[in-house]
Write a protein that binds this ligand. Structure first.
Ligand code: ADP
Ligand code: MG
Length: 482
């Protein structure tokens, strides 16, 4: 790595929109892409006299994420009002958590782009409600407000400023997407805005202990925007510092069309928000039994899976492909457990299986072959009953076409069983040698490259059923005495 003049320091605030059946304090569900203002109850509209009610599933989602990330769970936890005025916030305040967030400090591990495992400290995770959306493009004279999203449940995860590069920031965010999907608490879909983040970045001379002045880039909704926004900001701050200018603490926004960040406003401080405990909601106690219950059902997380795969010599990119989809990783784990051969299982998953999923644009959950069926095919290969070539090119396709039939029947019906009968093979090879007298003569006189010519012909004549290793062996033996 080139030594840059300044050390980069990054901390993220990650917003995770919960996929619960109803909003966090209101009865209706929010789902992306619906008609504006069609998912809005009196509570979300801040109708006078309406009161919030806490959604138990939102609390359980927070506990799941907290326990998965080794956070302390705070009980009792309570909500605070964060006061600010904005057209998409009808109450004039957001119900959030300030003094006693549900999850205290924790940590998260993720693989960086080189496959090293990094660990970042989590400052806390809190629950809050989302705001609505202002739409400025529909009219030249007015701004419109869509309140569908108002009141949707959010978890905000705040990291310590432990990240050292834009690439690491993006890699951490990808890990977070996997984690919330594995836990089933959010769709983690950045295009639909249910995973987004604010990125804080500052620079400091390497030898300096105190952190530099930070800038916060708001509302980033794609992995590549996160990297680009941070890269731009690092360059801008470097130039400022080199010219002896001061960085001001402010909130900036990233403009994807020119790749630049620009100032939105000076940073608000906590005082500006006049936080105070939400009087319409009671503090929430979380029992140790509740925590035990969640702990028992926590799945094996992506970074743990990644590390186990790497220990088994699976390459960084291959391990990433597997862990990206929890169900795919499950399928792979079962396939390698049943066949007892993870190399074979890996090649099948990343080869023909993945190719089929891509072609059909389906997920592994919709893949027609139960893992036992595919395992049978792999076992036949490993036992030498079918060549790998025929298994890939013929048997696999036939199995996909009739997923309920067993591979043994399919293989018999379509004559795919590998011939291991040496007499028959010898006969076949002798026939081919006789049919090609010129080549046979040249091969005999030492032209080694003709081996390939003959093996090809023999494999073709056997309809791919001959065992290639055997063919090579018998061919060499026969040509010596031909
Ligand atoms: P606020 O609540 O005002 O947004 P916090 O101090 O809680 O501010 O920090 C918010 C985020 O900014 C955290 O993710 C933290 O890691 C990050 N952060 C704080 N100080 C710095 C800094 N000097 N440089 C980069 N990131 C920082
Ligand atoms: Mg902040």
């Amino acid at each position: 790595m080139v030594q840059t003049p300044y050390q980069t320091v990054i901390g993220l605030e990650i917003h995770i929109q919960l996929s619960t059946q109803s909003k966090i304090f209101a009865p209706e569900k929010f789902s992306f892409g619906q008609k504006p203002n069609h998912q809005v109850s009196l509570v979300s509209m801040a109708h006078p006299g309406s009161l919030p009610r806490i959604n138990e599933a939102a609390i359980q989602s927070a506990i799941k994420l907290g326990l998965a990330l080794d956070c302390s769970i705070q009980s009792p936890t309570y909500f605070d009002r964060k006061n600010y005025f904005y057209p998409d916030l009808p109450k004039g305040y957001q119900i959030s958590q300030d003094a006693k967030p549900i999850c205290g400090p924790g940590k998260v591990q993720f693989p960086d782009n080189q496959g090293n495992i990094k660990e970042i400290r989590i400052h806390h995770i809190h629950l809050e409600e989302d705001a609505g959306k202002s739409i400025h493009e529909l009219s030249p004279h007015y701004s419109m407000v869509d309140l569908n999203r108002a009141g949707a449940g959010l978890l905000e995860l705040v990291t310590q400023p432990d990240l050292e590069s834009p690439e690491d920031a993006a890699a951490l965010l990808m890990e977070m997407r996997r984690i919330v999907r594995y836990l089933g608490i959010s769709d983690g879909n950045m295009q639909e805005g249910n995973l987004r983040c604010d990125a804080n970045v500052s620079l400091k001379p390497w030898e300096q202990k105190e952190l530099g002045t930070r800038v916060e880039i708001k509302n980033i909704n794609s992995f590549s925007f996160l990297t680009k926004a941070l890269e731009f900001e690092i360059k801008r701050q470097t130039e400022y510092l080199q010219e002896g200018k001061k960085i001001i603490q402010e909130t900036r926004t990233f403009n994807p069309s020119n790749g630049r960040t620009s100032s939105m406003r000076d940073k608000e401080s906590a005082d500006d928000y006049r936080y105070f405990p939400e009087p319409d909601l009671l503090p929430i106690k979380i029992s140790p039994e509740n925590l035990d219950k969640v702990k028992r059902v926590l799945p094996k997380l992506s970074s743990k899976r990644y590390q186990d795969y790497r220990k088994n010599q699976i390459a960084h990119n291959e391990a990433l492909t597997l862990i990206e989809d929890q169900k795919l990783a499950d399928y792979f784990d079962q396939l390698s457990a049943i066949t007892g051969n993870f190399k074979e299982a890996l090649n099948w998953i990343l080869g023909p299986v993945k190719a089929h999923l891509n072609e059909e644009n389906i997920s592994i959950a919709e893949f027609p072959l139960e893992v036992h069926k595919l395992a049978e095919l792999l076992s036949m290969i490993l036992e030498g009953k079918i060549t790998r070539h025929l298994a890939r090119e013929k048997a696999f396709t036939l199995m996909l076409a009739s997923p309920n039939e067993g591979i043994k029947e399919i293989a018999k019906e379509h004559d795919l069983i590998q011939e291991n009968n040496e007499d028959e093979l010898e006969e076949l090879i002798l026939k081919i040698l006789k049919e090609n007298p010129n080549e046979t003569e040249r091969f005999k006189s030492g032209q080694k490259k003709l081996q390939g010519f003959f093996v090809g012909k023999i494999m073709k004549a056997s309809k791919g059923k001959a065992n290639p290793k055997k063919v090579n062996e018998v061919l060499r033996r026969l040509i010596a005495k031909f």
